[in-house]
Design a protein around this ligand. Structure first.
Ligand SMILES: *Cc1c(COP(=O)(O)O)cnc(C)c1O
Length: 465
């Protein structure tokens, strides 16, 4: 019998040699000791050696009600005893039907009946949910016909992140991730990122009167005849470092999309399911998208599932005799997976039963209060908070906003310090993002904030540039 120690060493060796990890320099990974997670409960993760960590990234923005939640576990077990998977090609299943009904019920709503989101197209990750929106929007105008057939291009934002498949990378605007593939991608038109801390047009909010939206309008006005859709991350550009748009910007884009006859695709993959304090970020500005992509929090962080929601008029454009070939020729092997849909339904049940969004208000206010004094810290350039999404941008020089060079890996160093103190984070360059499960308790929240504070102080005090 191998001893427990030997067994752990064996796992470590395999972990270093067998798997190619995402967004990871494997040369570093092979040298560092991997943390092997074996279990979780609530906001806590436990590794193979029994160390415990608070999951302050929600396992990369997906977990909502904590790990191993009774309601979700039980719903999945019940579904498992019926069936794990069957296809949506030519068949359907109960959890997929019930989930579609509930998703359309909670989706952002306006006053007009015809702007309602009324159809659900399932897939299995955020990138594909975005690609589906893209293909639907593109085909929509082709089906409508006439001069609308010229509407074949998409407009997106610098600093945007919509996923890692080739189509979603084409929409992206983060050079570090996307530039390497530029010759492989289709052309998109870019609007400067509406981010206030590093304003692309060098103005100050609110004196600017949202001049960035006027810049956007100039582009839309000039190009609308060829534009099929505009895609936007609502309120926050996540992967770029939780960059915040000025209040009202999203609504303004809705108005402009209507004015210039452009489909508005809202990517709620990161912001959906309560992250920003409301079920969807679009609700903060009363926006109803034409197409909406959701994934990450959809199953409460349990299984890969995604959906693209759309309005009736878009769906209707695909109807016709079979021989017209207006069918939406797209689907995935696991589309509408019953087990995933059962997890998603249970996720929504917990929102209701535990009044998650109501309890979140107090936590959001607490974080705001705790972080307020940090604004005075020497290397804290900006603190951004939208609901329960928090980001602290560290800078080499506060006055000039000079960034630490990326290769100094300041964000990584802060996260390493935090890990030693039992808090798991993942940096976005020099930005420390705190995105715990919505179920995180006040005590756990207090601990996370204390640890992040100590870690930032420790690292920034050491660094000289
Ligand atoms: C994570 C993310 C995606 C991609 O989702 P995956 O499931 O990782 O493919 C798309 N858009 C946004 C805004 C995201 O944060």
């Amino acid at each position: 019998m191998p001893s427990k120690q030997n067994k752990t060493e064996e796992w470590i060796k395999k972990a270093q040699s067998l798997i190619w990890h995402p967004f990871t320099q494997m040369q570093d990974w092979e040298k560092d000791l991997p943390t092997i997670i074996v279990s979780g409960k609530g906001a806590t993760l436990r590794d193979i050696e029994g160390n415990q960590y608070l999951d302050a990234t929600s396992s990369i923005w997906v977990n909502i009600h904590g790990h191993r939640h009774k309601t979700i576990n039980e719903a999945m077990k019940r579904q498992l005893d019926r069936i794990a998977h069957s296809t949506l090609l030519g068949l359907t299943n109960l959890p997929a039907i019930e989930l579609a009904e509930q998703l359309l019920e909670i989706a952002p709503k306006g006053e007009a009946e015809d702007e309602k989101l009324s159809k659900v197209f399932y897939s299995d990750n955020g990138s594909t949910a975005v690609e589906i929106a893209l293909k639907i929007a593109f085909s929509y105008w082709q089906h409508i016909g006439g001069t609308h057939k010229l509407k074949t291009k998409f407009v997106s934002f610098t600093n945007a992140y919509h996923g890692d498949t080739v189509g979603s990378v084409s929409l992206g605007g983060i050079d570090l991730f996307h530039a390497a593939y530029s010759s492989l991608l289709f052309d998109t038109i870019k609007i400067p990122s509406p981010t206030c801390y590093r304003c692309p047009i060098n103005l100050d909010y609110p004196a600017c009167e949202m001049a960035c939206a006027d810049e956007a309008e100039k582009i839309l006005k000039k190009k609308h005849r060829q534009l099929a859709g505009l895609i936007i991350e609502p309120l926050i550009q996540g992967a770029a470092g939780m960059l915040c748009a000025p209040p009202g910007y999203l609504k303004k884009m809705r108005v402009l999309c209507d004015k210039y006859d452009i489909l508005m695709i809202v990517d709620e993959v990161a912001t959906g399911f309560g992250r920003t304090g409301l079920m969807f970020a679009s609700e903060h500005e009363g926006v109803v998208p034409d197409l909406m992509a959701i994934s990450k929090g959809l199953t409460g962080g349990y299984l890969p599932l995604a959906a693209t929601l759309t309005r009736q008029k878009i769906y209707d454009a695909f109807l016709g005799d079979y021989a017209e070939f207006k069918t939406f020729f797209h689907g995935h092997s696991y589309t509408g997976n019953p087990l995933g849909c059962a997890a998603a339904l249970a996720n929504l049940t917990v929102f209701k039963e535990e009044k998650t969004l109501e309890h979140l208000k107090e936590k959001i206010a607490y974080v705001k209060k705790r972080l307020k004094p940090w604004k005075r810290w020497r290397h804290v350039g900006d603190i951004r908070q939208v609901g329960f999404v928090v980001a602290i941008e560290l800078v080499a020089d506060k006055k000039s906003k000079q960034a630490y060079p990326l290769e100094m890996r300041v964000g990584v160093a802060v996260c390493q310090e935090a890990k030693l103190r039992g808090v798991l984070l993942r940096p976005l360059g020099n930005v420390i993002a705190i995105i715990p499960p919505l179920s995180t308790t006040m005590d756990e929240l207090a601990e996370i904030i204390s640890v992040v504070g100590v870690s930032i102080k420790k690292v920034t005090a050491k660094i000289k540039i």
